[in-house]
Write a protein that binds this ligand. Structure first.
Ligand code: FAD
Length: 487
């Protein structure tokens, strides 16, 4: 069945909203008694909420999960079209991401990963656009060489490629001399190394930075990029391994459904989908959560997994503290657009491209569909923002301007116009993390806040969501065991 989320275009069907996904939950609610008081109400059904719901129910708590959408997975979900799982959001995982790997191992899914890139046949080249319209086809080895050279010049603020200044990415401010780094944007850092990059290095670097941040060079935090780099083993090879290589053969929703099924199997999980919440009222010994259609749900504790860019739309009583308010009003910058094209050109399976001035600036062959077609994935950032559904023909033209391709299908989810995400994965401006991370992680009375957007490790990744869901469920469990909260 179709989720209301996502879009698909084919010549025959035109552009349609809503795509099939195994993450769709039917029936959308199992609530039989509206007046039940739950141990904990969890808002959201992304990986943070799914982990928290699984851990809380298996620990014996009575849980209510309220989700605005009709499906699980939040910013990580896959569509199932023609037997193929196009990934609409979060996709790639790695065994070096401890939280995610524990779950892959727990659900016996370690043999269900496959590699995105395939360079054994076809055109086997990398198209680099250095200035508007100037395209050079290079080997993938050249692509790596240029990228490594550029990234090393960019990241090397300490003579050790970041290892000295951020030796523990899971304790990122261990060295206080890292704090001033957060005053820099990527553009500030680029001006420090002006004249050191060749035009090809600049093109590759710009494409990579915009891919990672979904924003602009002038606004993205250099510190946050350093954090990502440190997590990836301080190397470009590590970035590729962690960020764009290993994905589930059956799609992200095949992973998310495992958490869901385990939580449901406890018979302690009640849920209501299509239920956006509007307000959270904490009256010391219980919390009331009100949906936008006025239904009230009661619990002893609440875990909000609402993303950073959406949190300011929720009314809190009592109001959340000024620092958290400033953080939610500021939000993060990532307005990445991710577009899939199914193309009949088999040779493009081994193609990749960077065109920093294109609205789809980073693209590569990501798979082969059951019809034998090549699946191309392409990303855009906020510098030249694209809303594909507003002009699908223009979107197709942007793709064919990168290289000749015969497009049979286009699939995407517009995260920027999505009211329950208001952006893609977390990527902040300068001084955001060092100013607000602790405030975002803090509880507010009986309300606990958990999200990949403020994880300490793989912040902005699925791994970070699982880290946060684990933390929230444990904090609530310990809190409930220690008796009613007094304050
Ligand atoms: P979400 O998944 O956003 O969950 C929050 C939930 O809250 C949502 O289901 C939302 O509908 C719900 N909600 C919001 N408002 C309300 C409301 N008012 N009432 C009720 N419910 C509400 N990560 C990786 O690890 N690897 C990748 O390759 C990767 N690629 C990505 C590509 C894209 C295009 C995007 C968008 C993200 C990507 N990520 C990737 C990041 C990853 O998807 C997220 O970090 C992670 O899924 C966030 O999980 P979460 O549960 O914290 O938040």
């Amino acid at each position: 069945m179709n989720s209301k989320d996502g879009y698909q275009w084919t010549e025959k069907g035109g552009l349609t909203q809503g795509v099939p996904s195994i993450g769709l939950i039917q029936p959308p609610s199992n609530i039989t008694e509206e007046s039940t008081v739950y141990d904990v109400i969890i808002v959201g059904a992304g990986y943070t909420a799914l982990t928290a719901a699984r851990d809380a129910t298996t620990s014996g708590l009575k849980v209510l999960l309220l989700e605005a959408r009709d499906r699980i997975g939040g910013r990580s979900w896959s569509s199932n079209i023609g037997g193929y799982p196009f990934e609409m959001g979060g996709t790639w995982v790695n065994w070096g991401q401890a939280h995610v790997w524990r779950e892959i191992s727990r659900y016996n899914m370690r043999k269900e990963l496959e590699i995105s890139q395939e360079h054994s046949y076809g055109v086997n080249h990398f198209s680099l656009f250095t200035a508007a319209g100037k395209k050079t086809d290079l080997s993938h080895e050249e692509e790596d060489r240029i990228m490594i050279s550029a990234l090393h010049k960019f990241i090397n603020v300490d003579g050790a490629l970041g290892r000295k200044i951020m030796p523990f990415p899971h304790d990122e401010t261990y060295k206080p001399d890292v704090l001033p780094i957060d005053r820099l944007t990527a553009a500030d850092r680029l001006s420090q190394i002006e004249g050191e990059l060749s035009p090809q290095e600049y093109g590759c670097l710009k494409g990579w930075l915009l891919l990672c941040s979904g924003s602009t060079l002038e606004t993205m935090s250099f510190y946050e990029f350093l954090h990502l780099w440190a997590l990836s083993g301080y190397s470009y090879e590590g970035c590729i391994e962690y960020l764009v290589k290993y994905k589930f053969r059956g799609g992200q929703s095949s992973f998310a459904i495992k958490f869901w099924n385990e939580a449901l199997s406890t018979n302690r999980l009640s849920y209501n989908f299509n239920c956006p919440i509007a307000s959270i009222k904490d009256s010391n010994n219980s919390v009331e959560v009100t949906s936008i259609d006025g239904r009230i749900y009661k619990g002893s504790r609440v875990i909000s997994t609402i993303p950073l860019n959406v949190l300011s739309t929720i009314k809190f009583d009592p109001p959340i503290d000024p620092s958290k308010t400033r953080a939610t009003n500021t939000g993060h910058l990532n307005q990445c657009v991710k577009v899939h094209a199914e193309v009949s050109n088999k040779d493009l399976r081994s193609w990749s491209s960077i065109d920093p001035s294109s609205k789809l600036l980073y693209a590569f062959g990501d798979g082969t569909t059951p019809a034998g077609n090549t699946h191309i994935v392409a990303f855009g950032a906020n510098e030249t923002h694209l809303d594909p559904e507003k002009d699908i023909n223009a979107t197709k033209k942007i793709l064919t301007d990168l290289t000749d391709m015969n497009i049979e299908r286009v699939v995407f989810h517009n995260w920027s116009s999505d009211p329950y995400a208001k952006g893609a994965w977390f990527f902040p401006g300068k001084e955001f993390v060092t100013s607000y991370l602790e405030a975002l992680r803090a509880r507010h009375g009986n309300v606990f806040f958990a999200s990949s957007d403020w994880a300490v490790g793989w912040r902005s990744f699925i791994d970070g969501a699982i880290e946060e869901g684990t933390r929230a469920a444990r904090d609530v469990l310990l809190d409930l065991r220690s008796g009613p909260r007094q304050y």
